[in-house]
Design a protein around this ligand. Structure first.
Ligand code: ATP
Ligand code: MG
Length: 529
C-alpha cells in the first residue's frame, strides 16, 4: 500500500521497507546511502505549500535539538517535493504497545521502571518548554539496549502545521483516551503529559484504561467523571500506589504532582512502602534472543511477533521477581547508571506565561476565540451526549464500546436499515482537489453540524464520483486527530457507514484522502446523518 516510496531517497537515506503507520504518517526503515547505518524515516501524509515549509522546518529544528537518553533522537529532517519527513533514530524493538498489547497487566516493579524512564525524558523536554501532547504506549519505543525512548515529541503540532488546518480545528492535538481535560479544552500544560502518563500507569496496572467509549463519551469522562478506583480492578494493589496514580489523574492540572519527576518519585516511594523491591538503577528490557530484530526483515515487525508474553497472573503483579519469570528480562546495564547531564533538576512552573513558542508552549498561544470555540465544542459534546441518551433506543445504548477513540468497523450499510433518503438528513458534498502528484493528499470536506436523530447517530457517505485508481478514502472528524477510521471508496452509490454514536448537534467535518493516481481530482458524494 505504501510501497511506492520504497527504494526512493529521502535526504541521505534510501527507504527499505515500512516499519509501521499511524494516522499522520508512514514510518520506513531507511539506510544511509554512505554510512550504511539505519534510521526510521517518518513521512507525513501532507504536502506543504511554500508558506508552511518554513514553519515545518523551524519546528523540526527545535525537536532535533532534543538530546536525552529517553527521548528518541531526530537525526535529520527535510521536505521532498513538498512532502515533509523526519529522520529518527531507529528503535529495533518496536513500541511499548507492541511489547504489551491491550489488556496486559504488568508487575509493579516494571510499571515503576517505565514511569521513571518516561518521566525523566518528559522532565528534560519540559525543561526545554516542550509539551509532548500525544503520550501513549504507541509513542514509547524500545531502544537497542532495552531503554525506553519517547517518540513524537511535539509531532502532533508539526502535523497541525503540515496540514494547515483551519483555526477552529486547531484546538486539539493528541489521542483522546490519553488526553487531559485541559488539553481537550485546548490549553495543554506540562501537567497534561503527567495525566497521559497516569492513564498509561492505570492501564498497565489494571489491564484497562479508566475511560472507555466513543469520542464523545471519552470527552465527557475526562472532563467530569472521576476514574474508578484501581483497586476495583485489582484488589491487591496497595492503596498508596492507587492514590499516586489517581493524583496524576486529577482533573485540575494544579492538583496533580508539581512535575512528572515528582509523580515518578511518589510512585516509587509507594511501591517501596508496599514492600516491592525496586532496583536502584533503571530497569531495561531485553528480549529473548529469538525476538532480537534484524532491521532488514520487515516480517519481524509484525506485532504478533514483537509482542512478548506479559505476566498476566495477578499474583505476579506485586512480586519484584515476577518479571524474571516472564519472557521479558529486566536488567540494569552500566550505561544506564549515568544521569543525563542535560536533565534539568529545577522545578518547572506549571504555566510559563512568558513562553510563546509555537512548539514549546507550556501555555500555548491559543487565541481567546479559539478557547471559546474549544469550550463551546466540549459543551456541545456533553449536551449532545445527554440528548443521545434521551433519544436513542435501547439498542443503540447497548452497542459495544471500543477502547479506541472511535471504532467503525463495518464499511457498508447493513441492508436492513431504512432508506437514508427518507430517514436521515442529507446533503451533497464535494471535496477540494485531493490529490496532486506523488503521495497522499488530504482535503477537508467542510464543516457540518448533525442535528438529525433519524439516523440514530450514524453517519453515511455515498460517493457519487471518485476515480477508482486513486484509493479514495473518507473519514469523519470531530476535531483534529479525533476521527473515525478511514473508510475506503468501493464503488459509486455504495452506502458507507463512517461513524456511529454521533450525538445530535455534534460539529464535525469530513476528510478525504487519496493516493496512487496522477493529477488532482475532486470527489463528489452525499452525506446522510
Ligand atoms: P499516531 O501517529 O496515529 O499517533 P503511531 O504513533 O502508532 O500513531 P507513528 O508514530 O507514525 O504512529 O508510528 C507508526 C509505527 O512505526 C509505530 O507503531 C512503530 O511500530 C513504528 N516506528 C515509529 N518510529 C519508529 C522508530 N524510530 N524506530 C522503529 N520503529 C518506529
Ligand atoms: Mg508515533
Amino acid at each position: 500500500m505504501h510501497d511506492r516510496f520504497i527504494g526512493q531517497e529521502f535526504g541521505n537515506y534510501r527507504l527499505l521497507h515500512v516499519l509501521g503507520q499511524g494516522s499522520f504518517a508512514v514510518v520506513y526503515l531507511g539506510e544511509h546511502i554512505y554510512l550504511k547505518s539505519f534510521a526510521a524515516i517518518k513521512i507525513l501524509h501532507a504536502r506543504l505549500t511554500s508558506d508552511l515549509q518554513e514553519s515545518f522546518l523551524n519546528e523540526a529544528r527545535i525537536l532535533a535539538r532534543l538530546s536525552h537518553i529517553h527521548v528518541i533522537h531526530i537525526l535529520d529532517f527535510g521536505i521532498k517535493e513538498g512532502i515533509p519527513f523526519l529522520v529518527m533514530e531507529y528503535a529495533p524493538q518496536g513500541t511499548l504497545r507492541q511489547r504489551h498489547p491491550s489488556h496486559s497487566k504488568l508487575p509493579l516493579a516494571t510499571v515503576a521502571a517505565y514511569i521513571k524512564q518516561i518521566s525523566n525524558g518528559l522532565h528534560y523536554a519540559h525543561g526545554k518548554k516542550l509539551i509532548h501532547r500525544d503520550l501513549k504506549p504507541e509513542n514509547i519505543l524500545i531502544g537497542e539496549q532495552g531503554e525506553l525512548l519517547i517518540s513524537d515529541f511535539g509531532v502532533a503540532l508539526i502535523v497541525h502545521t503540515a496540514r494547515s488546518l483551519h483555526d477552529a480545528e486547531d484546538v486539539f492535538a493528541g489521542t483522546a483516551p490519553y488526553m487531559a481535560p485541559e488539553q481537550l479544552r485546548g490549553v495543554p500544560q506540562f501537567a497534561s503529559d503527567q495525566y497521559a502518563l497516569g492513564i498509561m500507569a492505570y492501564e498497565w496496572l489494571c489491564g484497562t484504561r479508566p475511560f472507555q467509549g466513543t469520542i464523545v463519551e471519552l470527552y465527557k469522562q475526562h472532563l467530569f467523571v472521576p476514574p474508578s478506583p484501581l483497586r476495583e480492578h485489582v484488589p491487591q494493589l496497595p492503596s498508596t500506589v492507587e492514590q499516586v496514580v489517581l493524583t496524576a489523574l486529577e482533573k485540575e492540572g494544579d492538583r496533580r504532582f508539581t512535575n512528572v519527576k515528582a509523580f515518578a518519585a511518589a510512585f516509587e516511594r509507594a511501591c517501596r512502602q508496599a514492600g516491592t523491591i525496586l532496583p536502584d538503577a533503571p530497569l531495561l528490557i531485553l528480549s529473548k534472543p529469538e525476538h532480537q530484530i534484524s532491521p532488514l526483515s520487515p516480517a519481524q515487525h509484525d506485532p504478533q511477533i514483537l509482542a512478548l508474553k506479559d505476566p498476566q497472573s495477578q499474583s505476579d503483579i506485586f512480586s519484584s521477581t515476577s518479571a524474571q519469570n516472564s519472557d521479558t528480562t529486566l536488567v540494569a546495564p552500566e550505561s544506564m547508571f549515568k544521569a543525563s547531564s542535560s536533565d534539568p533538576n529545577a522545578t518547572i512552573p506549571m504555566v510559563d506565561h512568558s513562553s510563546r513558542s509555537f512548539l514549546g508552549t507550556n501555555r500555548p498561544h491559543v487565541p481567546r476565540y479559539k478557547l471559546v470555540l474549544g469550550v463551546g465544542l466540549v459543551l456541545l459534546f456533553i449536551l449532545g451526549t445527554l440528548l443521545t441518551m434521551m433519544f436513542n433506543d435501547a439498542n443503540s445504548r447497548g452497542r459495544e464500546r471500543s477502547g479506541n477513540a472511535i471504532s467503525v468497523t463495518p464499511t457498508t450499510m447493513p441492508p436492513a436499515l431504512p432508506s437514508p433518503s427518507k430517514r436521515c438528513r442529507t446533503g451533497s458534498i464535494s471535496s477540494n482537489p485531493i490529490y496532486q502528484g506523488n503521495g497522499y493528499a488530504y482535503s477537508n470536506g467542510g464543516t457540518y453540524r448533525s442535528t438529525s436523530k433519524y439516523c440514530n447517530g450514524r453517519v453515511y457517505f455515498v460517493f457519487t464520483s471518485a476515480p477508482p485508481i486513486a484509493n479514495t478514502q473518507v473519514r469523519l472528524c470531530v476535531a483534529d486527530n479525533v476521527c473515525g477510521n478511514w473508510v475506503q471508496y468501493t464503488k459509486v452509490n455504495s452506502k458507507l457507514l463512517i461513524m456511529e454514536n454521533l450525538a445530535p448537534g455534534t460539529l464535525f467535518h469530513l476528510q478525504f484522502r487519496g493516493y496512487g493516481a496522477v493529477g488532482s481530482y475532486t470527489v463528489m458524494g452525499k452525506l446522510y446523518y
